[in-house]
Design a protein around this ligand. Structure first.
Ligand SMILES: Cc1cc2nc3c(=O)[nH]c(=O)nc-3n(C[C@H](O)[C@H](O)[C@H](O)COP(=O)(O)OP(=O)(O)OC[C@H]3O[C@@H](n4cnc5c(N)ncnc54)[C@H](O)[C@@H]3O)c2cc1C
Length: 456
């Protein structure tokens, strides 16, 4: 493959994994990245002695090759533990992700009885007539009953996604929330899962977790080191501004330090957000394609890291919240003791929002005052124990699966896939709610396909 040049857009895990595999297959590789660091959503930001991820990022996989690679890359810096995670609900802590067993046994007597009856009613109804599932609301009501929908699914989901449950596609739920049916549920309450069953997205939450001692960013950094050792070039602070299809491949313009640099390549791998890519493409896609691209929305994330002298802040590494201004708290010392100085600990406080909205625009100080008031009230942390705090922001974090997203997404992708020698990879680049191991695997598969076609 000598002389065949591939350009990778974005140095997140998808882009770096593609670059790594392309080099193994003999391509010449360049990677361009807008940030000053590699890793994208799986980066670790260093501020003096503090190491901060974009939210909790344990690594788990049922893919043996990816597991092997992860262990080889992280080597002696690998920590492992079991998932322990709770939801703060009705003034009590219940197991999370929520399943019907939790609803029946952990949410308090009244909630358990009413939820149980409502679940049984929904299951009986389903038995006689298959419900029509048009959106997430239908899915949750049919699967869990009206009561659980009202007290949990509706408030939690609408706060997290910033849209109504009736506007969300049920596909996301199928991926992320345990499916339930009465018989299976009763069986699952009283029996253990069968050995060797393939892990669904939700069952993946039972896999053993791995974590590098200095933050998940070590994974991307080590892949990047390998890419560079093999002769691949990574250009940081290089923001793609134009992608042109040329006669022999692609010409990509990047803005770096106020200057424009042009890269030429035969093959293009893009992990950039789909709407952004469509907007930067020349020849310009037709208006209706651009309109569809603009309908694909990503939920954003604002993260406040609060360093303090308090140890053992929570009973588990992370807890989800329904009626606080944040949706999740993570205690970093429960992952690794090396993310902050020896006598300190950090709490990451996550706020989901849309880029440019009121939460996104809040200053570090405003968010800190808001969060610490709630944390003090709940007894997690006192202001006097705080030693430092930091703010991280990420704009393209969660693809929002609105009920019409499928139509818009396929319209855009059908247009983009007409272009030869271009591959869309990763979570952001495929508008797909994927985990780290999945984006790595998919990037490898995309490169293997290209290599196989190039040999033919
Ligand atoms: C809060 C949170 C928790 C998570 N927890 C887990 C977990 O526990 N386990 C797990 O396996 N996964 C987890 N994930 C998912 C994981 O982070 C992603 O699957 C993975 O990082 C996606 O990688 P990517 O390369 O596809 O996308 P990204 O990381 O988004 O990479 C895209 C890259 O493109 C760059 N880019 C964008 N625009 C431009 C431009 N114009 N020019 C140049 N570069 C550009 C970006 O800066 C970025 O580096 C979590 C994600 C989040 C947000």
């Amino acid at each position: 493959m000598k002389g065949k040049k591939a350009l990778v857009l974005g140095a997140g895990l998808a882009g770096l994994s593609a670059a790594h595999r392309l080099l193994e297959k003999g391509f010449e590789v360049e990677v361009v990245e807008a940030n000053s660091f590699v890793g994208g959503l799986a980066a670790t930001i260093k501020e003096g002695p503090y190491y901060m991820d974009f939210g909790p990022h344990p690594f788990y996989t049922e893919k043996e090759d990816i597991q092997e690679l992860f262990k080889e890359l992280i080597a002696d810096d690998l920590l492992s533990f079991e998932r322990r995670c709770l939801l703060y609900f009705n003034d009590r802590f219940v197991n999370y992700p929520l399943n019907i067993r939790t609803a029946l046994f952990e949410m308090g007597l009244t909630t358990s009885i009413v939820s149980g009856l409502s679940f049984a009613k929904a299951s009986t109804k389903k038995f006689f007539r298959k419900p029509e599932i048009k959106n997430f609301e239908d899915w949750a009501r049919a699967g869990f009953g009206n009561h659980l929908y009202k007290i949990f699914f509706k408030p939690y989901t609408e706060k997290f996604w910033g849209v109504k449950c009736s506007e969300l596609d049920a596909f996301w739920a199928n991926q992320r929330v345990a499916k339930v049916n009465l018989i299976k549920t009763l069986k699952s309450i009283f029996s253990k899962p069968k050995k060797g069953e393939i892990a669904s997205q939700i069952e993946r939450s039972n896999l053993l977790l791995f974590y590098p001692r200095k933050g998940i960013g070590m994974l991307a950094e080590r892949i990047a080191e390998r890419v560079q050792k093999r002769g691949g070039k990574i250009y940081l602070n290089s923001k793609v501004s134009k992608v042109k299809k040329t006669k022999n491949g692609f010409s990509v313009e990047c803005v770096s330090g106020g200057k424009t640099k042009t890269f030429a390549a035969s093959y293009l791998f893009s992990s950039l957000p789909v709407p952004l890519f469509a907007k930067m493409l020349f020849p310009k896609p037709p208006k209706d394609i651009l309109l569809s691209a603009s309908k694909l929305r990503y939920r954003s994330l604002v993260l406040l890291y609060i360093a303090s002298t308090k140890q053992d802040i929570m009973q588990v590494p992370y807890i989800y919240f329904m009626n606080r201004s944040f949706h999740r708290l993570t205690e970093t010392n429960k992952w690794s003791q090396e993310l902050s100085p020896a006598d300190e600990n950090m709490l990451s406080v996550e706020f989901s929002c849309f880029e440019g909205d009121a939460t996104w625009n809040k200053s570090k100080e405003q968010l800190f005052e808001q969060a610490i008031a709630e944390l003090e009230k709940d007894g997690f942390l006192k202001k006097s124990e705080v030693t430092n705090y930091f703010l991280l922001k990420a704009p393209h974090v969660y693809p929002v699966y609105l009920t019409d997203y499928r139509e818009h997404f396929s319209k855009v992708m059908n247009h983009l896939k007409e272009i030869d020698n271009i591959y869309f990879i990763g979570r952001t680049g495929q508008f797909n709610y994927l985990d780290m191991d999945q984006v790595m695997k998919q990037s490898f598969i995309a490169v293997d396909q290209l290599a196989a076609n190039a040999i033919r």
